[in-house]
Design a protein around this ligand. Structure first.
Ligand code: RNT
Ligand code: ZN
Length: 417
């Protein structure tokens, strides 16, 4: 790529945006401070490193068996670093509990301690990366269809213990990195078929959450994630969007919005301004549902664009955490990270490049057609030139140049697995 051409295209784009009152230098600076939390689980199809790992369960599924998945912690770390080298900016890493460094030991979920994450903490420090965390209720003999909402006290308390321990670990990560670690809590709990004990399950889940959150943990933040349904649990979900929205509002927790977790015609973007008056912060799980919560790789599609635009329009940049959550096992997994991350960034960039105040005034003045006209013009403004410049300044490949870098990595590293 001719860097001179990129700078020239940017200089023209900068003028075009200045004409509509948008300062691209300021936007590039904002984009530099936009940190994604890269999910570790795209690298190995959500398998993790438990010695005793069994089949995947708990309502989620990764399909495809494209060769080259990370088979151990070293390979996963290598893949993450490779992906990060192709994504402009500074990004966090989001670990699930099952990705601990168990060193050949069988460590059950109710026995896990920070010791098994010390090497991650050290690795993160070495690579200037902040960590986020997740408790893992799936793919375990006790996962069943009910974990934290299980009326069986033995199973419920097992998962309460697991989740409490995960909060200890997240807090230790937050202390080590001098920045709160965000811990997501998602459980698959639900029923495959018609059931009558919905209130019992929901009250039980509430009780479990109350117990889990009873201990203050100053260097971590809790977020809670609902969904519509899981595979094999189609008829009822204990932790629905309504359940967690109400819980988050009442208990000052962060609400997680996973873009795959709503009915197909429901807009996740619309949740942003609806819940922000009631919850302090949001966590996103940016994903791409195809007909269902299929977790396809994020692309620059309308729902993703709307989501980021709504955040910027709500002036909520500082109140949102930006996690990714897709896992496609049918394509090159480094490619998946790079495409999905860059797509999320591009959506954020386009949201930031909108002449917000001008459009807002027109709308308030009742100039409806002008609002539409300007928003339509936005679609063809030279935002790509701004993104290319951003990539250059961050010393990462511009445009599709990352493809050949991934090809080299496949030849030198992945093909030897
Ligand atoms: C599942 C949830 C959850 C998981 C990860 C692995 O539907 O989206 O966030 O994808 O925790
Ligand atoms: Zn999710």
């Amino acid at each position: 790529m001719n860097t001179q051409h990129i700078h020239q295209a940017y200089a023209i784009a900068r003028e075009r945006y200045a004409d509509i009152g948008v300062d691209t230098e300021q936007v590039i600076n904002q984009l530099q401070h936009f940190h994604l939390s890269l999910h570790c689980w795209q690298a190995d199809d959500v398998k993790g490193f438990e010695v005793q790992a069994g089949a995947m369960s708990g309502g989620i599924q990764s399909t495809g068996d494209f060769p080259g998945a990370a088979r151990n912690i070293d390979e996963l770390r290598q893949d993450i670093l490779m992906a990060k080298s192709l994504i402009p900016g500074q990004h966090r890493l989001n670990l699930h509990e099952i990705y601990g460094d168990f060193k050949g030991k069988v460590v059950d979920r109710d026995e896990v301690t920070v010791e098994y994450f010390q090497s991650w903490i050290d690795w993160a420090r070495e690579h200037d990366t902040k960590l986020d965390f997740n408790s893992s209720s799936f793919s375990h003999p006790k996962s069943g269809s009910l974990s934290l909402a299980n009326p069986d006290e033995g199973i419920r308390s097992f998962w309460v213990e697991h989740t409490k321990r995960c909060r200890d670990i997240a807090n230790a990560m937050g202390e080590a990195q001098g920045d709160p670690c965000i811990m997501n809590l998602w459980v698959h709990d639900g029923c495959k078929d018609v059931s009558v004990n919905h209130a019992l399950y929901r009250n039980t889940l509430k009780r479990s959450l109350d117990e889990i959150f009873a201990t203050p943990q100053p260097m971590m933040k809790d977020c809670i994630e609902g969904k519509v349904f899981g595979i094999g649990l189609e008829s009822f979900t204990v932790g629905s969007h309504d359940f967690y929205t109400a819980y988050a509002a009442q208990n000052d927790k962060i609400l997680t919005i996973d873009t795959g977790h709503y009915h197909p015609t429901e807009s996740p973007a619309d949740k942003v301004s609806a819940v922000l008056p009631f919850v302090k912060e949001l966590m996103l799980h940016v994903s791409r549902p195809v007909r269902w919560d299929s977790d396809h790789v994020t692309i620059m599609d309308d729902p993703t664009q709307e989501l980021f635009s709504e955040i910027v329009r709500a002036d909520a940049l500082g109140r949102v955490h930006y996690g990714l959550d897709f896992f496609d096992g049918s394509i090159n997994r480094i490619g998946a990270y790079v495409i999905g991350s860059r797509a999320a960034q591009k959506c954020m960039l386009r949201a930031l490049l909108e002449p917000r105040e001008a459009i807002s005034h027109l709308e308030l003045a009742g100039d409806g057609y002008k609002v539409l006209a300007i928003l339509e013009e936005q679609k063809a403004m030279p935002w790509q030139a701004v993104y290319d410049e951003f990539c250059l300044r961050n010393d990462v490949p511009v445009g599709s140049e990352f493809i050949s870098e991934i090809d080299n990595y496949v030849a030198e590293v992945i093909s030897k697995r």
